[in-house]
Write a protein that binds this ligand. Structure first.
Ligand code: CA
Length: 641
């Protein structure tokens, strides 16, 4: 950190990580344009890239001078009970850089740099008494070196798909694609975006701290020279309602944009930057409890939304020792509001609590599945939530949002805030990526924002791609936010009865491994009542005990799109899980555990059937083989591994 430059005019300015290896260099061109670049131990990760934005007060992209101030070290410890880690120590260096446009408008950028993460945001001052601004676009760029390859999910067209509900972060990834590969829809890519910088390392670009005061953004298509820029929502999102830019009061700050950088994938998997730089938006007086749930809709679909079937799923939850049952769409019609208390009471008598589904709509899509039009209006929403609270319902799942505009971000925040007033947890589906929300909103418990388990039910293609996708999420989607995937099928066939429909091609132990690899504090598993009789007992026993909250997460091995092995700790138990998406077996040499220690190993036998073995560690920990579309889980008692 160049402390001597504090409060002084400088031509260029370096912000270095505490270990001084990760360096952000901010500079200005002869014409005053502001740029930044990123190096790791001298290797270029991001080439000289533009900063700045355009607004109804004019362009903010130049300066006469760079003035650095408020340079400080951050050393903060905080607790968070629903992400990959429970106690986080965040060490970083921070610097605020002030700029001034040629016509005298003051702005700037704050950079926070830890050993593997960069967060930056713009600051805008009042200008001649103007107390508000409308920002319509950004120059903010991420220019990667030649040879960089990409692991990206495209932004979809607006108002396409089921009942015109897209975009909803439900698009397929391309892995290791050259930068100049055209995006599927021509609208760039949704966060987070993973880049492999040749043999120099990895960079994950994302965004956090987005609330009702801003829109959510994404990356543009590739531009000449290796450049991607920040793009705002498309005007057509939300059925054209609401601005595509962002309005804020002055002085104001934009959300943080983040770049996680590593020589290997450990910093990508283990990053906590989405939560390190945000603050809780409100305190809750409620004590929220996480856990596992059963979910009738995933295999029995709309037909299961009736009292008889849902009672069977309550019974399944009780038999598994699960905390929740999720009641999906059409309950208002097919059960009825007057008979809902009977279901909630039936569940409560069996020690199971209830989540209820709602559509977010609204005037922005064609959804007919009820209940509709309860979440968009504050008067109706508050009345409904009080009713849910009085019934003893513990949470809601709100589906089918209108995109990434600021107007929709306001809706997310309003739902969360009103729900907390009534002790309700909130899961979002058909939705945007959460951006720091686990720390910002005490009752937020997860988002879909992924091609989730429903696609495995719907389409054989997604059964065939299940392993490929599972090896991407721990490195990309799930590393920056809770992911409500709704997975772990024990059915071999995607139907009630387990005798027809699409065919699961992964092994049973693969499915168990995903319960560890995929992280969400409440996991609604894709089990069905028949699995109590037709699924291997060894799997059902594992699923009775599997935790959903974690104290620590470590990257062990893997490559996105090929295989992944992670370790997660819950209290004093480590769960090491791996899955293989390649066509050949992969052997993993365990190094965890101590000599003489007994560990439990779940693996596929030669017929692909699940086996549980107690293994005593000898001179060396065992080698574990992962079959194609197979996996393993190791459970061991240890404070550390
Ligand atoms: Ca969905």
């Amino acid at each position: 950190m160049a402390l001597t430059l504090a409060g002084m005019k400088a031509i260029a300015f370096d912000i270095k990580s505490p270990d001084e290896k990760l360096v952000v260099n901010v500079d200005k061109s002869k014409s005053g344009r502001i740029t930044y670049m990123v190096t790791l131990d001298g290797d270029t990760i991001i080439k000289k890239s533009p900063l700045g934005f355009n607004s109804n007060l004019g362009a903010y992209d130049r300066t006469e001078s760079i003035i650095a101030h408020d340079i400080k070290s951050i050393d903060e410890t905080y607790k968070l009970d629903r992400i990959k880690k429970s106690e986080i120590n965040f060490k970083a260096n921070e610097a605020v850089l002030d700029f001034i446009t040629p016509d005298g408008r003051k702005w700037g950028v704050t950079f926070i740099v830890s050993d593997n993460d960069i967060a930056f945001r713009y600051n805008v001052e009042k200008y001649k008494g103007t107390g508000s601004i409308y920002i319509d676009s950004e120059n903010t760029g991420f220019c990667f070196p030649k040879g960089t390859t990409t692991f990206l999910s495209p932004q979809s067209d607006p108002m396409i798909g089921w009942k015109r509900t897209k975009p909803s972060y439900e698009e397929e990834y391309l892995a290791d694609a050259p930068m100049d590969t055209p995006s599927k829809y021509g609208h760039g890519y949704t966060f987070p975006c993973l880049f492999k910088i040749g043999d120099k390392g990895w960079a994950l670009v994302s965004e956090t701290d987005v609330d009702s005061y801003y829109c959510a953004s994404h990356l543009s298509d590739y531009k000449l020279g290796g450049m991607y820029t920040i793009d705002y929502p498309m005007p057509g999102e939300n059925n054209g309602n609401g601005n595509a830019g962002a309005a804020m009061a002055l002085p104001g700050k934009t959300p943080w944009r983040t770049i996680t950088v590593g020589r290997d994938l450990a910093p990508i998997v283990e990053t906590t930057i989405p939560w390190d730089v945000v603050e809780p938006r409100y305190e809750s007086e409620h004590d929220y409890k996480y856990g596992r749930g059963t979910w009738s809709w995933i295999l029995w679909q709309d037909d299961s939304i009736n009292l008889d079937d849902l009672k069977k799923y309550v019974d399944l939850a009780k038999a598994m020792g699960y905390e929740y049952v999720l009641v999906d769409n059409w309950w208002d019609n097919n059960i009825g509001r007057d008979r809902l208390p009977e279901l909630v009471e039936y569940a409560r008598e069996r020690g199971v609590d209830v989540f209820m589904w709602y559509s977010s709509s609204g005037y922005w899509n064609d959804i007919e599945q009820g209940p509709i039009n309860y979440m968009d209006n504050p008067i109706v929403r508050k009345r409904e939530m009080r009713w849910l609270r009085d019934l003893g319902v513990k949470g809601i799942k709100v589906d089918f949002f209108g995109g990434d505009k600021q107007e929709t971000m306001r809706l997310y925040e309003a739902i969360l805030s009103d729900a907390d007033d009534n002790g309700l947890m909130v899961i979002f589906h058909g939705c945007t990526l959460p951006r720091g929300w686990e720390r910002m909103y005490p009752n937020y418990v997860g988002s879909e924002a992924v091609l989730a388990s429903e696609n495995i039910y719907f389409d054989q293609h997604f059964c065939d791609e299940e392993a490929f996708n599972a090896t991407l999420h721990p490195f990309i989607r799930n590393t920056v936010g809770c992911m409500e995937f709704g997975g772990c099928f024990m059915n071999k066939r995607m139907s009630r009865g387990n005798d027809k429909g699409n065919r699961r091609v992964t092994s049973d132990v693969f499915e168990l491994a995903t319960t560890i690899l995929f992280q969400n504090p409440i996991q609604n598993f894709a089990l069905a009542p028949n699995n109590l009789k037709d699924a291997p007992e060894v799997c059902m026993d594992f699923l009775r005990d599997v935790p959903t909250t974690w104290d620590e997460t470590r990257f062990i091995a893997g490559y996105p799109g090929k295989y992944v092995v992670l370790a997660r700790r819950h209290a004093d138990k480590w769960y090491i899980a791996g899955v293989n998406a390649t066509a050949a077996p992969i052997e993993v040499q365990l190094t965890q555990g101590t000599k003489g220690q007994t560990i439990i190993v779940y693996s596929d036998n030669e017929n692909g059937e699940p086996v549980r073995n107690e293994v005593v560690i000898g001179k060396k920990a065992p080698k574990l083989k992962m079959n194609p579309r197979g996996g393993f889980v190791v459970v061991l008692d240890a404070a550390d591994i």
